[in-house]
Design a protein around this ligand. Structure first.
Ligand SMILES: [Zn+2]
Ligand SMILES: [Zn+2]
Length: 144
């Protein structure tokens, strides 16, 4: 999601970007293609804003996710991870390696087609959560 789209969403929701919230958003902007936990965002945000509290990080991340600015998903047990949402653009699939816990992204044409097809049939899609679990090529090799 581009900064311009983010600003539009923030304005639509009357959400003011305080310096703390900006620091949090910057962490996500600077780590695109990463999937960060709230704790990881907290560690990074503190570099820019040393007095930021973890509660602010949790609250802000959830708020941004509820505005569709962030995509929030659980990839491993009981830990949410956050990334910038790509809603409206190409969707990507997540493949989670059970060996090294890496989260690999794949651009997905099939998913885009499927959604377009559903929408043409009159469905309104509001969310998606497709995860594939397995072993990445490196871990798969180790296993043999
Ligand atoms: Zn792996
Ligand atoms: Zn992702």
């Amino acid at each position: 999601m581009r900064l311009k789209q983010i600003k539009i969403k923030l304005a639509e929701n009357n959400y003011k970007l305080t310096p703390q919230r900006t620091a949090i958003l910057n962490v996500l902007l600077n780590n695109q293609s990463q999937h960060l936990t709230a704790e990881e965002v907290f560690v990074e945000a503190r570099k820019e804003m040393p007095n930021i509290g973890i509660a602010t990080v949790y609250r802000t991340l959830d708020k941004l996710a509820s505005m569709d600015i962030l995509y929030k998903a659980m990839f491993d047990k009981d830990k949410y991870r956050y990334e910038l949402s790509d809603y409206g653009n190409n969707q990507h699939l997540h493949v989670i390696c059970l060996g090294c816990n890496r989260i690999i992204e794949f651009d997905d044409e099939v998913l885009n087609h499927l959604e377009a097809e559903l929408e043409s049939e009159g469905y309104k899609i509001v969310d998606r959560e497709i995860k594939i679990f397995g072993y990445c090529p490196a871990c798969n090799k180790l296993d043999k």
